[in-house]
Design a protein around this ligand. Structure first.
Ligand SMILES: Nc1ncnc2c1ncn2[C@@H]1O[C@H](COP(=O)(O)OP(=O)(O)OP(=O)(O)O)[C@@H](O)[C@H]1O
Ligand SMILES: C[C@@](O)(CCO)CC(=O)[O-]
Ligand SMILES: [Mg+2]
Length: 327
């Protein structure tokens, strides 16, 4: 039996636009998903106790034809199980063991569906644990690639490599299409996270941006302008110029809001952090609900968020320079 863990992430810049080939800079954070895998004779048994669907805790067995006995919509359950099922498919493929059976336990500090990359962290950790259990060591780039295949399969092709590459490699990364690399020289960023307790539907939000981009040239230009922000941000990343990073994050949030992926609670938390003196604040991930990320060396934004109606939880999240690892 082996356990692997992988970090969640925040986007400094570039979510959504990265789906259309613009660059993005996600950063791994010290909140992890841990996956334990044990080889069994056949089939798949998954214990996913954090996986709450409208209040249900799901412990499921076998493949998607053998759904757990809970009163939740079948597509919702199938989508939720998809990441682990697809990760196991990748493990069997990598190990050349199409019939390998697994019992899997998932435990995670990353809120689900909230923009902190829980799906990528679970996929990355599951692939690493499953492969090591079968005696196969993949390097982090291969794990990232296979975890991307998982996200692409579950999200009907609507996924970039950003979340999975970041989770596998750790630190700050830059992703532009298939070109994925680590950004050197970034050791510390004073991230503060505000979480509204909710979640966004990544697929629907991506589809909304795609539709706007098709309908209006200025929406396509907005996506391009997010790419310009990323290119500008890269030039100051690692120089210690937090003020400029913050200003660019604020601009990025405005453009994401223009594309329709913010929400009242995300905007409220963004303004609470800024009013408290954060150098910048924006939504992170797909949006619609979930988390914002602010930059603040002091405790002011953290405290302000804790008193902001609609903010369920606020916490610091240090940059995690380590990606996937054996536990
Ligand atoms: N602890 C967990 N146990 C089992 N499955 C999980 C767990 N955490 C995440 N998942 C899977 O990931 C899905 C959430 O992924 P989704 O991409 O919607 O959100 P996210 O990755 O948290 O946010 P974003 O992609 O915006 O950063 C869950 O529905 C579930 O299928
Ligand atoms: C919205 C999006 O850009 C980020 C979700 O964390 C989608 C993706 O990159 O796959
Ligand atoms: Mg995700």
């Amino acid at each position: 039996m082996v356990t692997s863990s992988a970090p969640g992430k925040v986007y400094l810049f570039g979510e959504h636009a990265v789906v259309y080939g613009e660059p993005a800079v996600p950063c791994a954070i010290e909140r992890r998903a841990r996956v334990t895998a044990e080889e069994i004779d056949e089939g798949l048994v998954v214990h996913a106790e954090d996986l709450k669907l409208d209040g249900f805790t799901v412990e499921y067995t076998g493949d998607s034809t053998d759904l757990p006995d809970v009163d939740a919509a079948k597509p919702l359950l199938e989508a939720s199980m998809g990441y682990i099922n697809e990760a196991v498919t990748q493990v069997r493929d990598a190990a050349g063991a199409p019939d390998a059976g697994f019992e899997i336990w998932i435990e995670s500090d990353i809120p689900l569906g909230a923009g902190l990359g829980s799906s990528a962290a679970v996929a990355v950790a599951a692939i690493d644990a499953g492969c090591r259990e079968l005696g196969v060591e993949l390097d982090p780039e291969d794990i990232a690639d296979r975890a991307y295949q998982v996200e692409a399969a579950v999200q009907d092709g609507e996924a970039s490599r950003a979340d999975t590459f970041c989770s596998a490699m750790g630190g700050a990364v830059r992703v532009e299409g298939d070109d994925c690399r680590r950004v050197g020289g970034v050791e510390h960023l004073p991230f503060v996270i505000g979480y509204d307790g909710g979640a966004g539907d990544t697929g629907a939000l991506v589809a909304g941006v795609r539709a706007l981009r098709g309908e209006y040239d200025f929406a396509a230009d907005t996506v391009g302008a997010i790419g310009d922000i990323v290119r500008e941000g890269e030039s100051v990343l690692g120089t210690g110029d937090t003020e400029t990073l913050g200003e660019l994050m604020n601009f990025n949030h405005g453009l994401l809001a223009a594309l329709g992926v913010s929400s009242r609670s995300l905007d409220t938390m963004v303004w609470a952090a800024r009013d408290a003196g954060a150098v910048g604040a924006k939504l992170t991930g797909a949006g619609g609900g979930g988390c914002i990320v602010a930059l603040d060396e002091t405790d002011a934004a953290l405290t302000a968020l804790r008193y902001t109606p609609g903010c369920d939880e606020a916490f610091r999240a240090a940059l995690d320079t380590e990606g996937v690892r054996a536990e």
